[in-house]
Design a protein around this ligand. Structure first.
Ligand SMILES: Cc1cc2nc3c(=O)[nH]c(=O)nc-3n(C[C@H](O)[C@H](O)[C@H](O)COP(=O)(O)OP(=O)(O)OC[C@H]3O[C@@H](n4cnc5c(N)ncnc54)[C@H](O)[C@@H]3O)c2cc1C
Length: 332
């Protein structure tokens, strides 16, 4: 396999920050990936998909791996369900579209999320009341240190809110994912924005749900091709009972969602807006005017400018509400 040297990573991250990779490769099969891992045992390794959830602040002195395994293959098919094994290098939204066209239900609410199939389990992508974990049966991956392939049933992936074992350990490179999808579909009301968009449609079909989500997302979110960004920059904070009470004392209208085990989730976008940052720009970086959770890059190629602005927002929210926002985006 071709190992390239001194590669510019700007086209490989949706914030379009500049950094160089000492070594860069694009394995198209599990065998190629295992071989390259075993050939470079001592190089630090970084996996990137479409770079829609990460950006660079410095050069990467090691091997950047851009998995290119392709294909969508049924591994089980009966009257009610189908299981599809999909290569890590497939575009996520092409896969969603494929499923919707075939009438396979389960991931339609995750329409138009940019990125690759291989990255979907890493942070357990989610939107409109759905998380990808609910459709994942197992994940095929290769161990970064040994190059050995391993299979992880969904339970072993330890999925959580924008989290998984893969994200925490960084030990595995996902090569394909097996999804279970249903051959029947009946729309259930899970998310207010989506219900509103579909209010005039009596029994929305799978395709109508996908189209509604695409319309909402196009209205609300900046297109990274026009305004570089990485989607939601911060995670929604999880609060203890005490933290929730403290927040409500300061912001009685703060949205609070109980998530069980005595914990609560609040909206990072709401806190950023209340701290006065929605639409605010500082030099080359700012918060998108239509969505307070999205940091946008107006004019920099230096990832440190984005980090500086991130700190500014974190400090403003912490000072006002005593809550520390954590980035969802990975910074390298
Ligand atoms: C406009 C916009 C909207 C977005 N909306 C949403 C949303 O609604 N919901 C949501 O959850 N996310 C959203 N995101 C974030 C992003 O789309 C997802 O996190 C997506 O899964 C990233 O895919 P990627 O291929 O670009 O991964 P990358 O950004 O390249 O990588 C993300 C992380 O996964 C690791 N990784 C990537 N591929 C692999 C692999 N094959 N094996 C192991 N590790 C890997 C990387 O090392 C990195 O840590 C949005 C982003 C943008 C720009």
């Amino acid at each position: 396999m071709n190992i390239q040297q001194n590669i510019q990573l700007q086209p490989y991250n949706s914030f379009r920050t500049k950094a160089r990779a000492k070594l860069f490769c694009e394995p198209e099969s599990v065998e190629q990936l295992s071989e390259v891992l075993r050939s470079y045992p001592n190089e630090p390794k970084l996996v990137i998909g479409n770079g829609c959830n990460l950006f660079f602040t410095k050069d990467f002195d090691g091997l950047v791996i851009h998995p290119r395994m392709r294909g969508i293959r049924p591994v089980l098919d009966n009257d009610s369900i189908v299981e599809l094994e999909t290569g890590a290098g497939e575009e996520w939204d092409n896969f969603v579209n494929h499923c919707v066209e075939k009438g396979y239900a389960g991931i339609e609410n995750l329409s138009l999320i940019p990125g690759t199939v291989g990255a979907a389990p890493i942070q357990n992508i989610g939107a409109y009341g759905t998380e990808v974990k609910d459709a994942i049966v197992r994940v095929h991956a290769v161990n970064k240190d040994t190059g050995d392939p391993e299979t992880f049933p969904a339970e072993a992936c330890e999925f959580g809110y924008r989290d998984s074992m893969f994200k925490r350990t960084r030990q595995y490179i996902v090569t394909s994912v097996v999804f279970r999808l249903s051959k029947s579909f009946a729309y259930t009301e899970k998310y207010a924005d989506l219900n509103r968009e579909l209010a005039s449609v009596p029994h929305p079909s799978l395709k109508q749900v996908r189209e509604a989500i695409i319309r909402i997302r196009r209205r609300k979110l900046p297109d990274p091709a026009e305004l570089p960004n990485a989607g939601s920059f911060f995670k929604n904070p999880l609060l203890t009972m005490e933290e929730k009470e403290r927040l409500l004392a300061k912001l009685p209208d703060a949205p609070i969602y109980p998530i069980g085990t005595g914990k609560f989730k609040t909206s990072a976008a709401f806190l950023i807006e209340k701290a006065g940052y929605k639409g605010k720009r500082n030099g080359p970086v700012g918060i998108y005017e239509r969505h307070a959770l999205i940091i946008v890059n107006y004019a920099t190629e230096n990832g440190n400018d984005i980090v500086d602005f991130m700190h500014e927002v974190q400090q403003a929210v912490d000072k006002k509400f005593g809550i520390r926002l954590e980035p969802e985006v990975r910074i390298y």
